[in-house]
Design a protein around this ligand. Structure first.
Ligand SMILES: [Mg+2]
Length: 384
C-alpha cells in the first residue's frame, strides 16, 4: 500500500466562552489517501495562535515526504517528520503537525487491518471512557450563573467531574502571563465561583481547576492551597507557565493540592523531567499537540512506570482530538479521565457522519475499524 494524496481541510467552530478569545476560529484536519482506496483522517493541533492558513501551508510543504510511502510504517514516518525540523525546533509546532499525519496513518492502519485502533494498541482495558466536562459554563459571568449552569449542564446530564478556571480577571486564558500576579478582588471572585459550584454539585463531585499557566510561584502556591483547603479541588492545573520546571518543584513541595500538567508539553522528552522529579500527580498529553497516537501511548507507558495517571487534554480542537485520545486511554491501565467540551459537542457532531455516544459522562467508542468515525468531507473547507 502506498500514500497517494494528502488533503488539508478546515472546519469552523464557534464558542461563546470568554476564554475562547485566545483560541483559533478554525481547526485543521487532514485526509491521507492510498492506492488501495483506504483513507485516514487526522487532526492537527492549532493551539491558541496558529491559523489554518499557516498549518495548511506546512502540510503542503511536507506532503512530498509522505507520497509513495507505506502508511503502515507509522514509527519511521513519525521520525522522518520529527527530524526534518531539528534545526528550527522539533516540538510544539512540529509535533502538532506530526500529530495530524500520525493519527491519519493509524486510521489507515486500523481500516486496513479491519480493527479499531485500541485493539492495535493492546486491546481494551475498559469498555467506556470516563470523561470530565469542560466548557459547561459558556456565557456565565457571575457565581450565580455558574451555579445555575452546574445544575443544568453537569448534574442533570450525569457528569461526576468538571473543570473550570474561575479567575476571570486573567482572560484571555493561556496568554495572560505578565508578572504572575492576580488582584485580591480577582482572587475573591474566583473563590466565590468555586464555592457556588461546590454548593450545587456536592462534596463528592470532582472539581478540577485550570490555572492556564498564569501565576508566579507565591501566587500559585496561595491559590492552590486556598482552593484545596476550602473546596477540596481534584487538581490544580498548569499553575505556572509550562517552561518553569524548577518553579513547579517549588509549588509541588508547598501544596497538598494535586498538580496536573502537560497540555503544553511535547513528546516523551518533555514529560520525562516531570515524571523523574515527581512534579505532577496527573499528566495530560494532548494527542493533537504532543505527537499523535504513537507519542501519546509512549508517554502513557512511561507514566505507568511512575504510577502517574494519564488524563488527556482535548480542547479546543475538533472531534479527532477526543476520538484519538479515547483510543489511547482505552488501551492503558493508568487512566484517570478524558477531558471533553460540552459546548463544542454539537459542532463536532455536525462534522461527524456518526455522532458521539456520550452517556452519563462516559464516552462509548464503537467497534468500527481505525478511529471508528468518519468526518463529513462535504462540510469541510478545502484548503489546497
Ligand atoms: Mg488547561
Amino acid at each position: 500500500m502506498k500514500i497517494t494524496n494528502i488533503k488539508p481541510f478546515a472546519a469552523q467552530f464557534i464558542s461563546l466562552s470568554k476564554s475562547a478569545e485566545s483560541h483559533p476560529k478554525k481547526w485543521v484536519c487532514i485526509k491521507i489517501e492510498t492506492d488501495e482506496g483506504i483513507h485516514g483522517w487526522g487532526e492537527i493541533g492549532t493551539g491558541s495562535s496558529v491559523s489554518e492558513k499557516l498549518m495548511s501551508t506546512a502540510v503542503n510543504e511536507v506532503t512530498d515526504l509522505f507520497i509513495g510511502e507505506n502508511p503502515m510504517d507509522t514509527e519511521r514516518l513519525w521520525h522522518k517528520l520529527f527530524r526534518k525540523f531539528s534545526y528550527v525546533g522539533s516540538r510544539g509546532f512540529t509535533t502538532s503537525l506530526i500529530s495530524g499525519f500520525d493519527i491519519a496513518l493509524w486510521d489507515i492502519k486500523g481500516k486496513y487491518s479491519n480493527m479499531p485502533i485500541y485493539d492495535l494498541l493492546g486491546g481494551r482495558f475498559r469498555d467506556t471512557v470516563r470523561l470530565y466536562c469542560n466548557s459547561w459554563f459558556d456565557g456565565c459571568d457571575t457565581a450565580k450563573d455558574y451555579a445555575k449552569a452546574a445544575k443544568t449542564n453537569l448534574l442533570d446530564k450525569g457528569y461526576s467531574a468538571c473543570k473550570l478556571d474561575p479567575f476571570l480577571e486573567m482572560v484571555p486564558f493561556h496568554t495572560m502571563y505578565q508578572d504572575g500576579f492576580i488582584s485580591q478582588e480577582g482572587e475573591e471572585e474566583g473563590y466565590e465561583i468555586v464555592s457556588a459550584v461546590r454548593d450545587v454539585v456536592g462534596p463528592k463531585f470532582e472539581i478540577l481547576i485550570d490555572a492556564h499557566g498564569h501565576y508566579n510561584v507565591p501566587n500559585a502556591i496561595r491559590l492552590a492551597n486556598n482552593l484545596y483547603d476550602r473546596f477540596k479541588i481534584g487538581w490544580f492545573e498548569e499553575p505556572l507557565p509550562p517552561e518553569s520546571i524548577k518553579g513547579l518543584k517549588q509549588v509541588k513541595e508547598n501544596t497538598d493540592a494535586p498538580i496536573c500538567v502537560g497540555e503544553r508539553l511535547y513528546t516523551r522528552y518533555d514529560f520525562l523531567p516531570i515524571l523523574e522529579n515527581g512534579l505532577a500527580d496527573y499528566i495530560m498529553p494532548d494527542t493533537v499537540w504532543t505527537g499523535g497516537i504513537s507519542e501519546t501511548i509512549k508517554i502513557a507507558n512511561m507514566a505507568e512506570t511512575y504510577n502517574v495517571p494519564v488524563s488527556p487534554h482535548v480542547i479546543p480542537g475538533g472531534p479527532i482530538e477526543l476520538i484519538s485520545a479515547a483510543h489511547v486511554v482505552s488501551a492503558i491501565p493508568n487512566f484517570y479521565r478524558l477531558e471533553h467540551s460540552l459546548s463544542l459537542m454539537p459542532k463536532h457532531n455536525n462534522y461527524l457522519k456518526e455522532p458521539y455516544k456520550i452517556i452519563n459522562g462516559e464516552f462509548h467508542l464503537n467497534n468500527n475499524p481505525g478511529l471508528g468515525f468518519e468526518l463529513d468531507e462535504k462540510k469541510l473547507e478545502k484548503l489546497f
